[in-house]
Write a protein of this length. Structure first.
Length: 350
């Protein structure tokens, strides 16, 4: 079979945006999605996350995002994505989990089990949800209680009456504490003191993230630059003083709790790791895209840093939802930039 012009891996916000623009430009492609149904990572979010809780969902190209409500985000966004795929007749194939992408005679081959797809270019839109990060600490396996990560958060009621250690300095940790502190004994632990801010300088933060990936370093989280804010939903927890009682990272985990370097001990029934995610790009390893600094360097885009999507070591590969475009707004802009870069590469090839 003749190779496709492009393959998009992932059907979240960035992947759908890329597919929309590729289709508009008349570029033959498929979208390979690991999930069994539409919805991207949103379908896996915890049930208590409502549309009123999310930081904001950007419009898709030619489609207005659902507004804030008390409806579950994992249901609302999944339906929206599903309708979008149908309305725009996007060529999504699922469930297909790509194991590896290889270069064979100048063409890119996406492999999964016994199946494969071949194309001249690739748009990677796999995000981070499938690659949760949990740091390792001495004694972790000996802990008698339960341990959860954001990716499997069981909901507020699971923690009622328990002694919970929440680990992590990002927005998810703040939100989880807001939910469970009024019904549980919560101790918040972070590696660095949290930075609180009433001003949100998103563009400055994204610029710093873009600079990191341009230099080939792993992308940092946007919240590490913009700071944290308490929303009305967290005020009941704030009144308990839980945020002010934040402690530095413990040194080790013991059977019944955690212990700090000074010898102090906190008994715990549960450890909730709100420690974030890493880019899900292991399937790209055969292409050798990583720089010595550990990340995938991206070429500068236009004056909008969120259009920085082209892999510096292989311009056939576009990464959307990575680094400066790792947000719903950035994913949309990156999707268009990726489609234009694909068209440019196809025109320039011999």
């Amino acid at each position: 079979m003749d190779p496709l012009d492009s393959i998009v891996i992932g059907a979240g916000q960035a992947g759908l945006s890329a597919s929309f623009h590729l289709r508009r430009l008349g570029i033959e492609h498929v979208v390979l999605d690991a999930n069994g149904r539409a919805g991207g990572a949103w379908q896996h979010r915890w049930d208590s996350l409502t549309m009123a809780d999310v930081h904001g969902v950007a419009d898709l190209p030619d489609a207005t995002a659902p507004g804030g409500s008390q409806d579950r985000a994992n249901e609302v966004i999944a339906r929206w994505f599903d309708d979008y795929e149908d309305e725009h007749e996007l060529p999504v194939i699922r469930p297909v989990r790509v194991d590896a992408v290889t270069d064979e005679d100048g063409l890119l081959v996406a492999r999964t089990g016994e199946r494969s797809w071949t194309a001249r270019t690739l748009v990677n839109a796999t995000g981070t949800w499938s690659h949760p990060f949990v740091p390792s600490y001495p004694g972790q396996r000996d802990f008698a209680g339960d341990q959860w990560h954001t990716v499997a958060y069981p909901g507020r009621e699971h923690f009622r009456g328990r002694r919970v250690v929440v680990v992590g300095g990002g927005a998810s940790a703040v939100q989880f504490i807001g939910e469970i502190a009024p019904i549980a004994h919560v101790v918040w632990v972070t590696r660095r003191p949290p930075v609180w801010s009433d001003e949100f300088s998103g563009r400055d933060a994204i610029g710093l993230v873009e600079r990191r990936v341009r230099e080939g370093r792993p992308p940092a989280s946007v919240v590490s630059v913009t700071g944290l804010r308490l929303r009305p939903q967290e005020m009941a927890a704030a009144r308990t003083g839980v945020y002010e009682r934040r402690r530095p990272m413990f040194e080790r985990i013991e059977r019944d709790g955690v212990r700090w370097a000074d010898g102090s001990f906190e008994p715990a029934d549960t450890i909730l790791w709100a420690t974030g995610f890493r880019p899900a790009v292991r399937h790209l390893a055969p292409l050798g895209l990583r720089s010595p600094a550990g990340g995938i360097a991206l070429l500068p885009g236009t004056s909008d840093v969120q259009t920085s999507v082209t892999a510096a070591l292989d311009p056939r590969v576009q990464l959307v939802g990575y680094g400066p475009s790792a947000s719903t707004i950035g994913g949309n802009r990156a999707g268009r930039a990726a489609a234009l870069a694909v068209r440019r590469h196809l025109r320039e090839r011999p």
